[in-house]
Design a binder for this molecule. Structure first.
Ligand SMILES: [Zn+2]
Length: 57
């Protein structure tokens, strides 16, 4: 699971696997297309994490 900022909710929302529409690989790494229960869609990039600067590869 992961949490994203949802503009429909106006806050961060926890997404489960059933919120994932598809996974794809981009030039910048893997990207998840999600759809919130409120109908808002967006993308999330796992390698960017949740804004933590401690994750260095
Ligand atoms: Zn939402």
């Amino acid at each position: 699971m992961f949490d994203v900022y949802c503009s429909g909710h106006g806050s961060r929302v926890l997404m489960g696997m059933d919120s994932v529409r598809r996974l794809r690989n981009t030039a910048h790494g893997p990207e998840v297309e999600w759809r919130c229960s409120c109908g808002t869609t967006g993308t999330w990039q796992p390698h960017r994490g949740a804004g933590s600067a401690a994750k260095v590869h």
